[in-house]
Design a binder for this molecule. Structure first.
Ligand code: SF4
Length: 452
């Protein structure tokens, strides 16, 4: 129990739109550990201006406070100046940086100015680090954030949690939302993905082994959220149809039915969205049985499906584990069952040649004629993936023209033009950063012996 006479520790979180779901999970884990409202005073801000204002105010109290920032690699260019200015501008701010970018390139994040690079699963490492700071703060007075971090952890460092620390968390042991702070959103039901697609960080960040929250845990959460007035329930998972599967590859129909039918009860007349944003489905797992289940229990009539390429060569190179024909069959079946289907494609994949692009174009035309909507992306090299050192391949003008045409007819959409620019910037940035790959150099400090 936290003694009320002990000094509390303030934490301000940059909880902007793109990172709100991650912070929901972190705040849920702090709530589960009994830290909210006790040792910790948490303030959530929605943008950088408010973050700096909050830091200014806390700096005036002349005692250490924490600043939590999450970052995707695709926004590292924007986050690095912020991280540097937090470190340089606020003597009392302990700068904690997490998210996929810190997991993939912790050294780079530390070089940018972070005191703590939060690597891997934050549910355990975050409370661990905050407890460490709070305990050190209560042992003896310090004269700066640097001094506190030195006392608590021996200096700026990586804090590694979960799978990367050799001990994947049990999802049922952590709340993915915070009831006390009223922070709700999609519920993560599965973590980890066996496929290891070469462009995607998921398997490299959370492992290839799938872990699922239990039906009981998920439904209890949904029921409590429904009692708080929430009506729409969505789920975070690399692949919605992998729920309950022991290997993430073979569909477990029984587990899916148990989850979906129980959710129907638990949502108290609300709506269940399954296999659409923010999750998706794989084409090779679509079957009449699966679609019948979704029609029966879920409210969405749209599915989001990953195809990525129409070229057999590129699908193999990306380690997708399915064929272009599987996509056509899955879309046809889903359309028969009355679903609208959004299909993801990635242009400019490393090693993609004109013939590959032509195959992709052919598949896009076919799917479009079947009524699918195409979601176009440009390849972006993400750290920690097999393609991290690769660059965007030239995209044939014919493909670009076709996508523009489909977009003007409302049959395609996406930020692919902006992503092409971002991709070049990211490629250059990663080459310049030149950090060694994760897994070789990280030190597992959480969970582990605490510094108190
Ligand atoms: S793209 Fe989908 S299937 Fe492939 S590794 Fe990522 S989450 Fe898994």
């Amino acid at each position: 129990m936290v003694s009320p006479s002990r000094t509390s520790f303030s934490l301000v979180c940059l909880c902007d739109r793109d990172h709100r779901y991650s912070f929901n999970a972190l705040l849920g884990s702090l709530e589960g550990e009994g830290l909210l409202g006790g040792a910790l005073e948490v303030e959530l801000v929605g943008d950088e201006r408010r973050l700096l204002e909050a830091c200014q105010r806390l700096e005036g109290e002349r005692r250490p406070f924490g600043v939590a920032v999450s970052a995707f690699s695709t926004e590292a260019f924007d986050r690095y100046p912020l991280i540097s200015s937090l470190r340089a501008g606020f003597k009392w701010a302990v700068v904690m940086v997490g998210g996929p970018h810190a997991t993939a390139l912790p050294e780079s994040v530390l070089r940018a100015g972070a005191h703590l690079a939060m690597v891997g699963e934050g549910e355990r490492s975050f409370p661990w680090a905050l407890r460490g700071l709070w305990e050190a703060l209560n042992l003896e007075p310090v004269g700066s954030a640097d001094e506190l971090v030195l006392k608590a952890f021996g200096g700026a460092r990586e804090v590694v949690g979960g799978e990367l620390a050799g001990e994947a968390i049990d999802l049922d042991a952590h709340l993915p939302v915070s009831f006390s702070l009223g922070r709700f959103g999609p519920i993560e039901i599965t973590r980890g993905c066996p496929y290891g697609c070469a462009f995607c960080q998921t398997s490299y960040m959370f492992g290839r082994r799938v872990r699922h929250r239990s039906v009981e845990f998920i439904c209890d959460l949904v029921s409590r959220m429904a009692s708080r007035g929430l009506r729409d329930f969505r789920f975070i998972t690399p692949n919605a149809l992998s729920y309950g599967s022991s290997d993430g590859v073979r569909v477990n129909l029984e587990a899916l039915e148990r989850l979906l039918s129980s959710l129907r009860e638990a949502c108290k007349g609300g709506r269940i969205f399954f296999g659409s944003f923010p999750s998706e489905v794989r084409p090779d797992q679509i079957s009449p049985e699966v679609l019948a289940l979704l029609r029966r229990f879920a409210d969405n009539r749209r599915l989001v499906m990953g195809a990525q390429s129409g070229s057999a060569r590129m699908l193999a190179r990306c380690r997708r584990g399915h064929t272009a024909d599987a996509v056509v069959e899955a879309v046809a079946l889903a359309r028969d069952f009355g679903f609208e289907v959004w299909v993801d494609f990635i242009f400019g994949l490393p090693g993609e040649e004109e013939d590959d692009a032509r195959e992709t174009l052919r598949l896009m035309r076919l799917l479009s004629s079947m009524g699918a909507k195409l979601h176009a992306h440009a390849f972006m090299p993400l750290p920690q993936t097999p393609f991290e050192r690769e660059s965007l391949s030239p995209i044939p003008p014919a493909l670009l023209r076709e996508v523009d045409l489909l977009t003007s007819r409302g049959m395609a959409f996406g930020q692919w033009r902006r992503q092409m620019e971002l991709s070049r910037k990211l490629s250059k940035f990663l080459k310049e950063e030149n950090c060694p790959s994760v897994g070789v150099r990280v030190e597992a400090v959480a969970p582990g012996p605490r510094p108190y």
